[in-house]
Design a protein around this ligand. Sequence first.
Ligand code: SPQ
Length: 432
Amino acid sequence: MGTQALKYNQNSLNGEIVVPGDKSISHRSVMFGAIAEGQTTVTGFLLGEDCLSTVSCFRQLGIEIELDKDKLLIHGKGFKGLKEPNEVLNVGNSGTTIRLLMGILAGRPFHSTLIGDESIGKRPMTRVTNPLSQMGARIDGRQNGEYTPLSIRGGETKGITYHPPVASAQVKSSILLAGLQAEGTTTVIEPEKSRDHTERMIRQFGGKVEEDGLRVSVIGGQTLKGTTIHVPGDISSAAFFLVAGAIVPNSCITLKNVGLNPTRTGIIDVMQEMGADLTIDVKSEDPNVEPVGDITIKTSNLKGTTIGGDIIPRLIDEIPIIALLATQAQGETVIQDAHELKVKETNRIDTVVNELSKLGAKISATEDGMIIQSSGTLSGGTVSSHGDHRIGMMLAIAALLSDQEVFLEDKEAISVSYPQFFEHLNQLLINE
Ligand code: SPQ
């Protein structure tokens, strides 16, 4: 477990960076490439540890995947071409890998066992294992299927209509991936709209999906065809530099090639509402693929706000860095309706509040979120990512606001989604 000493003397951040590939879309590109027939080429693939876990699981399922820098060539064999793995499938730290993979395996007539790291072992799985069992898969795991290790024997499944209790793209995607193999129609009706990368990708691979507001349906027995996928930059990674640019004095940063899917852009809406000096140059808006653009952010005068309701799924992964943003806004910011933060890589309500408090931020936890007051310059101290990539990056950005040294423990977690994070941060500091 490595500790990084961070001391930035309140230097400003200037210049351009090309944000690495979107994690959610990178995972899905491997999965769809594998279950489609024929070759799929992926460019802009995220070489983060989570996505590499997905690649390794599909290799174990018999899919040949060639990796050359951020380009992938996947030799898809269709659902029926997946083979029973000889060894346990290890998803590492990746919730997306295990939950979506379960949906694919639900329709496959063989046995698999899935494990992950310590954090995965604490994340709830009945949210996917229950509906997949209703469809006909046989699944078991620790504490009645709630936790890993999970074992699954898939086979003949039937379509269901399912109302998930929480808006979750992982739950929706898992059921849709099972539904593509099931008899009849499978429908998911969410309480709020979650990210729609799976729906878009079904279409990109030549499949059919029907969407009507919060209702999404697929018909089973579809054949998907290999294609070319260009993965846009990850707005969840861009978020760290968007916030840095807004709160560090005398800064101006342009983030190139950022995915602007409206189901992911809640952070932009919130920053604009808070008064951020932000401009967006949209490059492509084709509704069937993923929209992309460049975002420029300058140091801003920010005011507090209230964040809750159906915007939460559109910014759930950005809440740790939004909490830091709020420490630099005038007045109070309230984040509510965000219970889901408790079941991420860490309990992100507790880790954000505890770690930012160590740096002198005025922040307190509530049952479903947090309340943050204007906190001014932060102090130095020793903080930890607790093995959570988004907490690690948020704390590194917090160190930019301190005159003193910040020691970040367990910095390696950052490579889950943004291996070049410190390289990009240093690049922006040099451009001053
Ligand atoms: O893959 P993992 O570990 O679940 O990653 C996280 C993250 O912060 O990177 C959540 F901890 O992102 C999820 C996100 O929170 C990725 C995701 C997806 O690709 O479908 C959907 C969201 O999770 P959920 O539970 O709301 O479906």
